[in-house]
Design a protein around this ligand. Sequence first.
Ligand code: PMP
Ligand code: GLN
Length: 378
Amino acid sequence: LQSKLPHVGTTIFSTMTQLALQHNAINLAQGFPDFGCPEELLELVTQAMHQGHNQYAPSTGLLALRQKISEKTQLMYGHLPHQDHEVTVTSGATEALFAAIAAVVQPGDEVLVVEPCYDSYVPAIELCGGVPVYASLTYPDFSIDWQQIEDKLTPKTRLLLLNSPHNPTGAVWQQQDLDALQRLAEKHSFLILSDEVYEHMVFDGKPHLSILSVPALAERAFVISSFGKTYHTTGWKVGYCIAPPALTAEFRKVHQYLTFSTATPFQHGLAGFLDNQKHYQQLPAFYQQKRDLFAQLLQPSKFELIPCAGTYFQLARYTAISDLPDVEFAQWLTKEAGVATIPISVFYHDQTDHRVVRFCFAKKEETLRAAAERLCRL
Ligand code: PMP
Ligand code: GLN
């Protein structure tokens, strides 16, 4: 059988979580919280199950949830997407990313991705016959080099895939990034796929700058978010896509045959909880406190931390500890030090190795303390 994805193996997230379990290591690798979601949200979901909301949801998503997503979007970004024509609920952001790519990428179309990038983007592009064109974030501050992006645009560029707050680096867009993107959009006809799943994790008093807050960009963009990140429920796999009507129509054609619809009781629960502004308004402070605690705990260690402006990931340079390549270092750290981490070379098509690993700090204080204690022994 000729593989359609010859370069793809098991994802680093499965691999490292498996290794962590095998060696009883503290898992700061795969990004997920080790604490629960709001109790009220749990109750709303279980209530929905007991009330019999256990059959297929409408393919586009429960109307009540789409309405709440529209309202929240207007509140946050001043953009009111129409619940019927511009909002689609999906089975996680992963499905939304795939559906958006499949909806618009024709065989031979170029899709510009900026590395390091989340690992589901490129396989999705390749499965659709698209050609990934790679740009890279600057090193070591991981900002976007807009000149490089412009140089890589061609008449074949169908889609520009962006992500902020950025996994794995923790970098976030500045106003100048949106300005630069707008200037490019005036000159070129690419569409935008904006992965904003960490929209509520931007620190130091800064706002998240969404593509949706710029009308000239929103009109050509799929903007994707995930309730898994915002509500500490990564296992529920509920996300959504906001896009103008023409893009949404194509998006939904794919979505209806990819999954058809998303788990019903979770949609009921989320629809009932989305008005709770307090939950997401306090999220930046909640995660900033974890970021700062983790950094403080690692102060005596030999890791050199790279500033984190958003997401729940902390990058750390380990060259004072080891000269192993990052994949080997991550394995060694899991087995020998008992802390699992993600090597970031896996987020580059050519395995660029900065000798940097990613720690997830979406963990209870006691988990972070226990991990830091082990890391400080090195
Ligand atoms: N994009 C990014 C940048 C992510 O970090 C994740 C979650 N790991 C996803 C998409 C996928 O989100 P979901 O779990 O909702 O499918
Ligand atoms: N997004 C999560 C991360 O970056 C993992 C998602 C997954 O396991 N596929 O760690």
